[in-house]
Write a protein that binds this ligand. Structure first.
Ligand SMILES: Nc1ncnc2c1ncn2[C@@H]1O[C@H](COP(=O)(O)OP(=O)(O)OP(=O)(O)O)[C@@H](O)[C@H]1O
Ligand SMILES: [Mg+2]
Length: 330
C-alpha cells in the first residue's frame, strides 16, 4: 500500500469514530435530544440500548467530548460492566472517581458503563445503590444491547434511548465519507452488497470495507462485489444462482460437482450455501407447497449440519431436497 501516515494501522472503526455529535449518522432524534440536555446543563442518567454497531458508544463519547473538551480525561470514566472482576471492583472505581474533587471545572462527572446487560441481577442491584449514592455530582450512561436484561429498578432511574439498526442511507452516507477520504474505488454493485450485508451495523460496514481495501493489489484498483462477499464470508448471489441453476437443470452428479467446485473456490461452508438458497428462493415464484417442502427440507439439513452430520451426505441431501420439491411442482 502506498501511503504512510500515522493512522495507517488504525482500524477504520477507530479512525472514523465520530469526534462530535454531527458525525453520528442516522440517530437524529437521539442526538438532538441529548444535545438539548447538554445545552440546558441538565443531563439525566442515560440508558442507550440497541444492536451492535449502531452508535451507542460513539454517541456518548461524542457527547462527552462536546461537554468537556480538553477536560475529558478528568471528567469521564469508562467502565466495562461485564468485567469479570465483579461489581466490587466497579464500585471501588466509581467511588474513587466520583469522590475526587474537580479541580479544573465544575459540573457533573460522567460515568459510562458499557455492557451493563451482562451484569448479574445482584450486581445490578448493587449498581442501582451506587448510582443513587453519587447522583449529587455524577451522571451515569448505561450502554446495553438489550433493555429487557436490565433490572426494572435500574431502568426506572434512567432516561432511555433506543438505538435502531442504522438505515441503509445512514451507512451509505458514512461509507461515502470514508471512500472519499481513503480515495477508494467502490463499484456500484459492491456498494449495494456492502450496505446489504452490513445489516444496519456500521462497524461491520467499515470493517468489511477495510478488509476489501487490504485485499487489493493496488489501492487504485476497484473494490468489486465479489470481494465484498468474500470478505464477509458470504456466498455471492451470482454463485448461489449458478449452483441452484445446476441443481434444477442438470443431473444429480453434475449438480454435485458444480456445488463442490464453487464451495472450494469460494471457501464456503455448506451452511453458507443454505442461507444463500433461502434468500434467493424468496425471489422465485413457487407453489406454496413447493416452497414449504424446500424450506422444511433445508431446515432439517441445517439441523443435521449443526449436529455434526457428514458434509457429503448433507450436500447430497440439499440437491435431493430441491430437486424432488421442484419435480412435484412440475
Ligand atoms: N451512527 C453512527 N455514525 C457514525 N459512525 C458510527 C455510527 N455507529 C457506529 N459507527 C462506527 O462504528 C463503530 C462502532 O460503533 P459503536 O462503538 O458506537 O457501536 P455500539 O452501538 O456501541 O455497538 P456495541 O453494542 O457493539 O457496543 C464506531 O467506531 C464508528 O466508527
Ligand atoms: Mg458500544
Amino acid at each position: 500500500m502506498n501511503h504512510n501516515t500515522a493512522d495507517e494501522n488504525l482500524p477504520w472503526i477507530e479512525k472514523y469514530r465520530p469526534t462530535n455529535l454531527d458525525e453520528v449518522y442516522g440517530q437524529t432524534e437521539t442526538v438532538q435530544t441529548v444535545r438539548k440536555f447538554a445545552q440546558e446543563g441538565r443531563i439525566p442518567h442515560l440508558l442507550f440500548y440497541g444492536p451492535p454497531g449502531s452508535g451507542k458508544t460513539s454517541t456518548i463519547i461524542a457527547l462527552a467530548r462536546e461537554l468537556y473538551g480538553k477536560n475529558y480525561r478528568n471528567m469521564v470514566l469508562e467502565l466495562n460492566a461485564s468485567d469479570d472482576r465483579g461489581i466490587n471492583v466497579v464500585r471501588d472505581q466509581i467511588k474513587n472517581f466520583a469522590s475526587t474533587r474537580q479541580i479544573f471545572s465544575s459540573g457533573f462527572k460522567l460515568i459510562i458503563l458499557d455492557e451493563a446487560d451482562a451484569m448479574t441481577n445482584t450486581a445490578q442491584n448493587a449498581l442501582r445503590r451506587v448510582i443513587e449514592k453519587y447522583t449529587k455530582n455524577t451522571r451515569f450512561c448505561i450502554l446495553a444491547n438489550y433493555a429487557h436484561k436490565l433490572n426494572p429498578a435500574l431502568l426506572s432511574r434512567c432516561t432511555r434511548f433506543r438505538f435502531s439498526p442504522l438505515s441503509t442511507k445512514a451507512i451509505e452516507e458514512r461509507v461515502a465519507v470514508v471512500v472519499k477520504k481513503e480515495n477508494l474505488k467502490l463499484s456500484h454493485d459492491a456498494k449495494a452488497g456492502l450496505l446489504k450485508l452490513s445489516e444496519g451495523d456500521m462497524r461491520k460496514a467499515l470493517n468489511v470495507l477495510q478488509a476489501c481495501t487490504a485485499a487489493l493489489d493496488s489501492k487504485d484498483d476497484e473494490i468489486t462485489v465479489e470481494m465484498v462477499y468474500e470478505c464477509v464470508g458470504a456466498p455471492s448471489p451470482r454463485s448461489i444462482e449458478v449452483v441452484l441453476d445446476s441443481i434444477i437443470k442438470n443431473d444429480w452428479s453434475n449438480a454435485y460437482s458444480t456445488m463442490t467446485k464453487i464451495r472450494k473456490t469460494e471457501g464456503l461452508a455448506l451452511i453458507d450455501l443454505l442461507s444463500g438458497f433461502v434468500e434467493i428462493l424468496e425471489r422465485y415464484e413457487l407453489k406454496p407447497k413447493t416452497r414449504m417442502d424446500i424450506l422444511e427440507g433445508l431446515g432439517d439439513i441445517e439441523y443435521g449440519i449443526s449436529k455434526g452430520g457428514s458434509e457429503r451426505i448433507q450436500s447430497t441431501a440439499v440437491i435431493g431436497c430441491i430437486k424432488s420439491a421442484l419435480e412435484h411442482e412440475a
